[in-house]
Design a protein. Structure first.
Length: 287
């Protein structure tokens, strides 16, 4: 029997590399969908083949989808929703066996998020689907907020005293590999959270403990946060999106902890502490 072929979109993003790594441990032929196959990192190149793919260029879809059994689907934040939906329709037409879609916690109820509409579009294709509705990634603290930690010893987010059930993108990637390779996950949705909900005072305490220096949480207003992001050159659209996400946390709507990750992985999902320990060098003080 030949190994199933899985196309991984967003393979160089936050979750994609962990999907690729977990699939390649499972005797799957991994095809990483990237805009520039010449520029893929060594780990991705070693784990499978890379194919040119762009959601905005339908001419790249045919080769990417040829003989594919499964798709890990991500909507990169900058990609147009209409392009993403057109690709979903193409996935339906070529007869892929299953799709795992990286969605967001609460997407089934929140008509304002694109994930709500994309989930519906995927379900309408008739392809077996699994929605991975993920909570807030701990990786955001590294990818978006690292400068505040290394330059000012602060976690600077406008989340008030609200708690968040942070999930580690590494666990989301492993969960995706499970649903794409094992049976029993067709037409289901999982709410992927970490094992605990923490407010940012508690997050700062974990950082202080692990990094060995005081990290504070100044509890900034939305305005102060937006001003700092803009001063740093962050595009307005991303600042608005981020303010919306932190307002959800501020209102106490991001704190739901579920057991889905543990059930899929067969172990407890990673805690915030493990993430900070694994990235302690990245958060070291700027000298
Ligand atoms: N951040 C969170 O806390 C969180 C929580 C739950 C759900 N989500 C959802 O997770 C998804 C991913 O978010 P993220 O911020 O982590 O993004 P991301 O995966 O880091 O997005 C970047 C990836 O998208 C690829 N990409 C960008 N434009 C592309 C295009 N036109 N065609 C093909 N590939 C393209 C990039 O590939 P190349 O540049 O290599 O081509 C890169 O691999 C989003 O839908 C988000 O809403 C995020």
């Amino acid at each position: 029997m030949t190994a199933p072929v899985v196309l991984v979109t967003g393979a160089t993003g936050t979750v994609g590399p962990h999907v690729v790594a977990a699939l390649s441990d499972r005797a799957v032929t991994v095809r990483s969908a990237v805009r520039d196959p010449e520029a893929v990192p060594d780990e991705l190149a070693a784990a499978g083949t890379a194919v040119e793919f762009d959601f905005a260029k339908p001419e790249t879809w045919g080769a990417a989808l040829a003989d594919v059994d499964g798709v890990f689907l991500v909507r990169p934040p900058a990609v147009d929703e209409a392009d993403l939906k057109a690709f979903v329709d193409a996935v339906g037409r070529v007869g892929v066996d299953r799709v795992a879609y990286l969605s967001t916690l609460g997407a089934e109820k929140n008509v304002l998020v694109p994930h709500h509409r994309i989930e519906k579009r995927i379900a309408a294709t008739g392809v077996d689907y699994t929605f991975l509705r993920a909570s807030f990634f701990v990786q955001n603290l590294l990818e978006v907020h690292r400068a505040d930690v290394v330059e000012r010893d602060e976690i600077f987010v406008p989340a008030g005293r609200g708690e968040t059930s942070f999930v580690d993108a590494r666990d989301v990637g492993e969960a995706a590999a499970v649903v794409l390779t094992e049976s029993g996950h067709a037409d289901r949705a999982y709410d992927l959270t970490g094992p605990e909900a923490l407010d940012y005072e508690q997050v700062a305490a974990v950082f202080s403990d692990v990094l060995g220096r005081p990290i504070t949480y100044p509890n900034p207003s939305l305005l102060a946060f937006a001003r700092r992001m803009r001063r740093r050159g962050t595009p307005l659209g991303f600042v608005v999106l981020t303010c919306g996400i932190y307002t959800t946390a501020r209102l106490g709507l991001a704190d739901r902890v579920t057991d889905d990750c543990r059930r899929l992985l067969g172990r407890r999902p990673r805690r915030m502490r493990a993430f900070v320990e694994d990235h302690a060098d990245d958060f070291a003080r700027d000298s």
